[in-house]
Structure formats: C-alpha cells, structure tokens
Design a protein around this ligand. Structure first.
Ligand code: DP6
Length: 445
C-alpha cells in the first residue's frame, strides 16, 4: 500500500414514510423502539440520497461532506455507525490496480464520505433516514462486509431509527426486537415495490417547512440535527419553535401515558392488520389503518408535556379534504399520513384516484401567480396530464370539489407537490461520473 491510491464506492438509497409510526425509544443510545413500525419506500428517482465513500492511505482522518459542505463526524450516531461497520470489514483486493486491504488494515485506514440529497428544498422528508441508510450501505460495500441488508439495517438504526427501513424497497417492517444488545431490532421486507405498484404518493410540502429548511441549511445542521441538538429544543422557524423527532419522542416517553397504551395495546394488533392489508392489497383497510395511526401519533404528541404540535392549518385542511372525499365515495380513495412536521403524505389507491386528488389539491392550494406549474408539481408529472391540467389557466378553472360546501382557496399555502410511487431499495452506482468524490484526490468534486 505504498502508492497513494483512492478506492471508492457510490450508492443511492431511498427515503421512506411510515404508515405505522415509530415514536419512542426504550434505549436511546442503541436506538431501540417501543413498538414495531411499517413504512413505504419512496421512489429514489424523486427522493433519495447518493453517497460516495472512499478509502486511501493518504487520508489522515475520517471526513464527511453533506451537500458539498464539510460536517463534523464527532457525533455519537456517526461514530456508532462507523465503528460497527469497521468491525465487519473484510479483506479486499483490486488486482488491476494492485490494491490489497486486509481485515486488520481497516482499523488504521480513514474514510472520506460525501453525501447529497436529491430533494434539497424539502426538509422534513426523512432526509436522515435515507442519509444514514446510504452511509451504512456504501461503507459496507466498500469494506466488503458480508452482512445482508437486514443485518446492515441494525447498524443504520443506530444512526437514526427510521433509517433502518430504507435498506429495502417496497413495504418494510422494523421489528422492535427483544434482546438487550439490539441485534434483533432490524428491518425486513414485507413485499417488494412491484407488489402494489399502482399506488401513487403525493406529498404536499408546506411553506413553513421550506422556511425552516433555509435556517437549518444555513447552520449546516440538516440531517445532522440528529446529532447536534439532542436534548434541546431548537428554533427552526422564525415564527415558532419546533421539536426534532429525537427530542420529541424523548419527551413523549417521559410524559405520555397514551404512548404506553399505544405501544402495548394498539400497535401490535395494527401491525398484524397492516401486514395483511398490504399482502392482500386491501386499500380500504390500508387507508383506515394508515390514517388512524398517523392521527394517533399526533394525539400522542399532544399528550406529551409540554404538548408537541407538528401539524398546522394546512395539514388540517388536507385531512378534512381527504376525509370528506373518502366519505362521499363510500370507500377510501386516499390515505394520509404526517411525520414530525406539517407535510402531508397522501397515498392514492391508483392513478385515477391520484389525478382526482391532484385536482382537488390544486383547487384548494393553487400556486402563487409568479410560480410556474412546472416547478409547483414535481416528480412524476404524468399525473398532472391525467388530471387534464396543462397550465395555470387550467388550475384557475378547476371546479370546487362537489363534496364540499366551503369553496375557499388557499393560494400559496403549499410550496409545491411531489408526485411519486413505491420504490426500490439501495443500489450501487457503477458509473464513475456519478461519484461525489474525485478518484484522484478523494475530495469533493
Ligand atoms: C415521525 O428516525 O427521525 O418519522 O431515531 O431519533 O433519529 P431518531 O428519529 P427518527 O424518527 C422518525 C419518526 C417519524 C415516524 C417514523 O418514521 O416511523
């Protein structure tokens, strides 16, 4: 290893949205949850993290760049992931380039990590999930670790709980596990992304979120906020205070009796029902469970002392729109779910329901007059076409949904919509042009 070579791997990992929520830890260091959870992996074409990891004898310390800016790796969560992966490193040999690293060399060698999210303006969309999953997956491949994705998920879990579910595509279950060392607290795939491929997911990104993002981005704490602000409340918006999920769930565990009831009595039954409705593609049952679980998660937040409010007026308006529509149809067309923020994640039964949903959403939340439709509906734009909407004139001309009496419109209250679908799990990117680090220097390109 006398030559100054650089060996690299680049991976892409999706984000996920929980339909049965993880909220509350029984062990805060190992990140062990108080209940099982289930999520849908979102199509990485629209929401994902790309990470390049590199090793070289010329590197003097472990370093990481997030969206081009160097960040500290000193936080406990990064250190735990790095330590666990290093412990599983195996020999590698690149005969062509004359590179040989033995298992014990990995303890002395340093790594460079560069990570990039393809959804830079959509804070609150589980960026830490895709981020830690991608970090662990890419390092495992670089270091030739033999563990399967479930075993890797138990390491990603130690970066951020929800990250463990991003190691698979389709629908994914995080088993809370029983043992003290957390080795059985890992993710498994329920079904792959092809199983229920006609589902369409529309995310309404809230204006307030964008504002928060601008601040956390400036402080370079995006997705590392998991590390920097533990135990404190942080200001993420100039208008009001918000609570990170880590801090929020800590306070819930400390103070909410409703959480204990949820974890012990409600979630175990819901998990069984949810798995069944996914396997049977039973949308009515799926929608009922998804909405109920999101609402109970927010009820548990309200039951926390001091209470935590993640949803805002726009979130409540979207819930009301979906509830009224589902009721008027007699059978659910759309399910809604909200994480630790105001963004609505709406899951439509099929393309027809998604097109109708988009019409309703654009009726209630038309873009500001200076916004192009093209930058207002992102992701899979073919849903716009199905909805018969080509330009802002079509949005203006949308009729009020027949199931409502109050036809008020809330122009500009949503920043944009992302149309997406269930997606695949992590992949390696073999095309070197997609690497975020230079193959010569191992520094960001
Ligand atoms: C509301 O995984 O962000 O999104 O484990 O402390 O990093 P830490 O929390 P995080 O919590 C996610 C909570 C949630 C629900 C879910 O994804 O299941």
């Amino acid at each position: 290893m006398s030559e100054p070579w650089v060996k690299m791997v680049t991976a892409q990992t999706p984000t996920n949205i929980a339909v049965i929520k993880y909220w509350g830890k029984r062990d805060e260091t190992l990140i062990l949850p108080v209940n099982d959870s289930i999520s849908i992996t979102l199509d990485p074409a629209h929401l994902c993290t790309t990470t390049t990891v590199a090793v070289s004898p010329s590197f003097v310390q472990d370093r990481m760049w997030l969206n081009g800016k160097e960040i500290s790796l000193s936080g406990g969560r990064y250190q735990n992931c790095l330590r666990e992966i290093r412990a599983r490193a195996c020999d590698i040999e690149d005969k062509e380039r004359g590179i040989k690293i033995s298992k014990k060399d990995w303890e002395k060698l340093h790594v460079h990590i560069a990570s990039y999210n393809n959804f830079p303006t959509a804070a609150g969309l589980a960026s830490s999930a895709a981020g830690f999953a991608c970090l662990v997956f890419a390092l495992a491949k670089l270091m030739n670790a033999k563990e399967d994705n479930s075993e890797l998920s138990a390491i990603a879990r130690q970066g951020s709980g929800s990250a463990c579910r991003s190691l698979f595509g389709g629908f994914v279950k995080w088993n809370m596990g029983k043992v003290e060392d957390g080795s059985d607290s890992l993710a498994i795939q329920v079904v792959d992304e092809k199983h229920w491929h006609d589902l369409v997911i529309i995310i309404a990104v809230d204006l307030q979120t964008i504002h928060s993002f601008a601040i956390s981005w400036r402080n370079n704490s995006f997705f590392c906020d998991k590390l920097e602000i533990r135990g404190q409340r942080c200001i993420v918006s100039s208008r009001e205070k918000e609570t990170s999920s880590t801090t929020g769930m800590h306070e819930t565990v400390e103070t909410s009796l409703l959480l204990q009831h949820r974890a012990k009595e409600i979630v175990p039954k819901r998990i069984v029902q949810m798995e069944m409705s996914i396997k049977n593609r039973d949308f009515a049952s799926f929608a009922h469970l998804t909405c109920a679980d999101s609402n109970q998660f927010h009820a548990v937040c309200l039951d926390t002392c001091p209470p935590i409010f993640y949803m805002n007026d726009t979130s409540h308006r979207i819930i009301s729109c979906v509830e009224k529509w589902n009721r008027s149809e007699g059978t659910p067309q759309v399910a809604y779910t909200f994480d630790a923020g105001p963004n609505a994640v709406l899951i439509a039964h099929n393309r027809k329901a998604a097109a109708q949903l988009l019409q309703k959403l654009l009726f209630y939340f038309p873009p500001n007059s200076d916004t192009q439709l093209n930058s207002y509906v992102l992701g899979d734009k073919s849903i716009l076409k199905d909805a018969g909407i080509e330009d802002l004139k079509d949005v203006e001309a949308l009729p009020p949904p027949s199931e409502i009496k109050d036809a008020a419109r809330y122009k500009g209250d949503v920043s944009y919509f992302i149309c997406t679908r269930p997606g695949r799990g992590p992949v390696l990117l073999s095309d070197e042009s997609q690497a975020l680090l230079s193959p010569e220097t191992g520094l960001p390109k």
